[in-house]
Design a protein. Structure first.
Length: 410
């Protein structure tokens, strides 16, 4: 993250985030509680060292179900202790309660009428420990948190949205422009500073046009890269045909990464006035996520001051409503500078790009800053809650001022 801080003038505490899994705890805040009746078994889990999708796969296998049969409200990181709710239909609660899986603990079991779906989530509560901080860390952090509470959390997408190499958006950008050679080249070639050993050699071979050899060089864990190298060889180097062979969820991920990058630029541009409405803005109602066009910015500003509403930015797509006035001009210029236009955001090889609006800021709920200690030593403990889809990174980067990129989507 190289974007400006909201709290630019306030010194950070430095320190280290996520020194261990226990230093990063995430707990889902459910949208609703199970009723106690129905064919779907709801259950809470605590997992360690696993992504949500990896946990779902293990649970599904243990229950004799397919991973898609397991419902979940949000995706959680691997390098953390995370507590979340899952669901499965036509499985006795006793079977779920008896699950004995490494790194997964079943906390409770209940029943409900419907499957738990992505987005059935009120928010996430975080408990973070920052170690090796400055001596006056609590005072510094307290001042930063107070300013964020007043102004709102900059709603940037976190760095993990853009992949380990930071190139997800570059792949999505190339696809939007129809440059599939560039997209596949970035995906499978173009060695970078983070590439080592077999991965480095595989990317070098791909850039040399040795697609079969590159596929053989990738480590076994990189199944998608191996498959795509073989697809590239089979197609005779046809990058567009190879893109069609990319897993559908990954195609969506790359395109959404470019949407996210463009949104982040809008937040950066308006970072000093995240809570200031402009004529023509599309304002976000925090109570329900609905949007409306701001016809009179002066009249609506008091609602923004009390955090009832906030300005929004674009997740470009064919069905996204466009702002007017200066916000509309800003977004049009952003696309033009990127060499894009709105007509490019149509379906791409089966991936629909409907688009949406996203608030430029979100509220920071129930923040707490405490100096504490445990078996690993003293630390600064931050506790707070954020709406779904917002990133804890945006708090830690403001507090630490070190731009530690290690975080995950809640």
């Amino acid at each position: 993250m190289t974007f400006p801080y909201l709290t630019e003038g306030l010194p950070g505490v430095g320190g280290v985030v996520k020194q261990s899994e226990d230093d990063f705890v995430v707990e889902e805040l459910p949208l609703y509680e199970p009723s106690g009746n129905g064919t779907h078994t709801y259950f809470g889990i605590e997992k360690r060292g696993l992504t949500t999708l990896a946990a779902v796969e293990l649970i599904a296998k243990a229950l004799g179900k397919r991973p898609r049969d397991i419902g979940y409200a949000g995706l959680k990181d691997a390098r953390a202790v995370t507590r979340q709710m899952l669901s499965v239909e036509h499985v006795a609660p006793q079977r779920v309660e008896a699950l004995d899986l490494s790194r997964i603990k079943v906390l409770w079991v209940n029943q409900h009428r419907n499957k738990l779906k992505l987005g059935h989530l009120k928010g996430n509560r975080f408990i973070l420990k920052i170690r090796e901080v400055a001596p006056d860390a609590a005072a510094r952090a307290g001042e930063i948190i107070a300013m964020i509470s007043r102004c709102g959390v900059p709603n940037y997408f976190g760095p993990q949205r853009f992949g380990a190499r930071g190139d997800n958006a570059a792949i999505g950008h190339a696809v939007l422009k129809g440059d599939f050679d560039e997209a596949i080249g970035v995906l499978l070639g173009r060695p970078g500073l983070l590439d080592r050993d077999e991965v480095l050699r595989a990317r070098e071979l791909f850039d040399q046009g040795c697609y079969e050899e590159a596929g053989e060089m990738w480590p076994a864990a990189f199944r998608e890269q191996i498959r795509l190298c073989r697809a590239m060889a089979k197609s005779g180097g046809n990058a567009e045909r190879t893109w069609s062979a990319v897993n559908h969820s990954l195609r969506r991920l790359y395109l959404s990464a470019e949407q996210s990058r463009l949104f982040n630029v809008v937040v950066e541009t308006r970072i000093r006035e995240l809570g200031r409405l402009q004529q023509g803005d599309l304002a976000w109602k925090h109570v329900n996520g609905a949007c409306f066009r701001v016809e009179d910015a002066v009249a609506e500003q008091p609602r923004c001051d009390t955090f009832e509403i906030s300005p929004t930015g674009p997740l470009f797509g064919t069905r996204m409503t466009e702002p007017a006035g200066q916000p509309g001009e800003l977004e049009a210029k952003l696309l033009a500078d990127a060499g894009l236009d709105r007509t490019l955001f149509r379906s791409k090889h089966g991936v629909k790009l409907d688009g949406a609006r996203r608030p430029l800021r979100v509220p920071l709920d129930n923040p707490e800053v405490v100096e504490a200690g445990d078996q690993q030593g003293s630390h600064l403990r931050l506790t707070f809650a954020l709406p779904p889809g917002s990133y804890a990174t945006m708090i830690t980067r403001e507090v630490c001022k070190t731009d530690n990129p290690d975080d995950s989507p809640p």
